[in-house]
Ligand binder design. Structure first.
Ligand code: ACO
Length: 277
C-alpha cells in the first residue's frame, strides 16, 4: 500500500519522476491544520527516499495555494489550554520540520506551483522550495499584522532572505496583499504566468529538472543553500569537500561522461545543454 493512501489532507500524484503534492483542504483554503502538518511531514520524509520521485511540485486544491496556519485549530484551540500543551509541542515540531527543515534541505528539486492565495505561514514553504511559479492572479500577503501578531515561526527570516530589505519591511508592516507579477519583481518567485498556463509551465521546468544528473543537481542545490550562511573561507573548504562527495556519490560518473562526450565524442556543448544521458 502506498505511504500516502491514508492521507486525508494531502494528495500525492506520481508521473514520470515528477511527484505533485497537493494540500487538500480547499474548503478551508488549504490552511495548515495539525493533521495536515503531520501528513505533510510523513509525506516529505517518504519522498526523500522514494526512487520514483525526481522532482516535487507543491500546490493547493481549489482557489488557494495555502492560507497560512489554521487560525482556529492552531491558535484558538491549542493555545492557553494546558491539556493541549503536549499536542501543541508535537505539531509545532511537525509543522516546522516539513515546511522548513526537510523541505529546504530536500535532496531533490522542489517547485512551488502557486495557484492562488498564499498568506502568512505559507511563505515558509514558499521560500523553502527551490523554485516558485505563480498564476498572475495568485494573491500573496504577510497578513499577520492584520490580526495583531508578527510574521513568526520562520516567516520573517525566510521573507527577509528572499526579498530586499525595503520590500520585506513594506509588505510585512502594511500587510498589503500583492499579486504574482509583484512577487516576481521583488524576487520572491521566479515567474508569474497566465493562470491557464500555470500547470504547463511548471511541468516544462519539472521535466527539465528531472532530465539532469540527480546527484549533480542535489550537490549544486546544497552548495548554493549551505554557502549562504558561510564565510568565504568556510565556503571554499566546503565546496572542495562537496565536490569530492559528489564524485563519490555519482554512480553514473557525470564528470567523466560530461568531459568525454564534449572533448572526445563532440556530442554536445556543455555551455548550452547538459550531456546526453
Ligand atoms: N485559518 C482557519 N480557517 C481559514 C483560514 C485560516 N488561515 N483561511 C480560510 N479559512 C476558512 C474560513 O474560516 C472559511 O471557513 P468556514 O467556511 O467554515 O467559515 C473558509 O476557510 C473559507 O474562507 P473565506 O474567507 O470564506 O474564503 P474567501 O475565498 O472569501 O477568502 C481568504 C479566502 C482571503 C484566504 C480568507 O479566508 C482569509 O483571509 N483567510 C485568512 C488568511 C490569513 O491571514 N492567514 C493567516 C496568516 S498568518 C499565519 O499563518 C500564522
Amino acid at each position: 500500500m502506498a505511504f500516502y493512501s491514508n492521507y486525508k489532507n494531502v494528495l500525492v500524484d506520481k508521473k514520470d519522476g515528477i511527484t505533485t503534492v497537493t494540500l487538500n483542504r480547499p474548503e478551508k483554503r488549504n490552511a495548515m491544520s495539525p493533521d495536515l502538518d503531520e501528513e505533510m511531514l510523513d509525506c516529505i520524509l517518504n519522498l526523500e527516499a522514494d526512487a520514483e520521485t525526481l522532482v516535487v511540485v507543491l500546490t493547493g486544491a481549489g482557489p488557494a495555494w495555502c492560507a497560512g496556519m489554521d487560525l482556529k485549530l492552531y491558535f484558538r484551540e491549542l493555545e492557553g489550554d494546558p491539556a493541549n500543551a503536549a499536542k501543541h509541542v508535537r505539531t509545532e515540531w511537525a509543522t516546522h520540520q516539513w515546511r522548513w527543515h526537510r523541505l529546504y534541505n530536500f535532496p531533490k528539486p522542489t517547485i512551488a506551483m502557486v495557484n492562488g492565495f498564499c498568506f502568512g505561514g505559507a511563505f515558509t514553504q514558499l521560500v523553502a522550495c527551490d523554485f516558485a511559479i505563480a498564476a498572475n492572479s495568485a494573491t500573496f500577503g504577510l497578513s499577520e499584522v492584520n490580526w495583531g501578531v508578527i510574521p513568526g515561526g520562520l516567516v520573517s527570516k525566510a521573507f527577509n532572505a528572499a526579498v530586499n530589505y525595503r520590500d520585506a519591511l513594506y509588505y510585512s508592516i502594511t500587510g498589503k496583499p500583492f499579486q504574482g507579477p509583484e512577487a516576481v519583481r521583488m524576487g520572491l518567485i521566479n515567474e508569474s504566468v497566465p493562470d491557464e498556463r500555470l500547470h504547463d509551465e511548471v511541468m516544462i521546468l519539472a521535466r527539465q529538472l528531472a532530465s539532469l544528473n540527480p546527484e549533480a543537481v542535489r550537490a549544486t542545490k546544497q552548495a548554493i543553500k549551505a554557502t549562504r550562511e558561510m564565510t568565504i573561507e568556510q565556503a571554499h573548504e566546503y565546496l572542495i569537500a562537496k565536490n569530492g562527495q559528489l564524485s563519490h556519490r555519482d554512480r553514473e560518473g557525470g564528470y567523466y561522461q560530461g568531459i568525454s562526450k564534449f572533448i572526445d565524442a563532440k556530442a554536445y556543448r556543455p555551455g548550452l545543454e547538459p550531456y546526453p544521458r
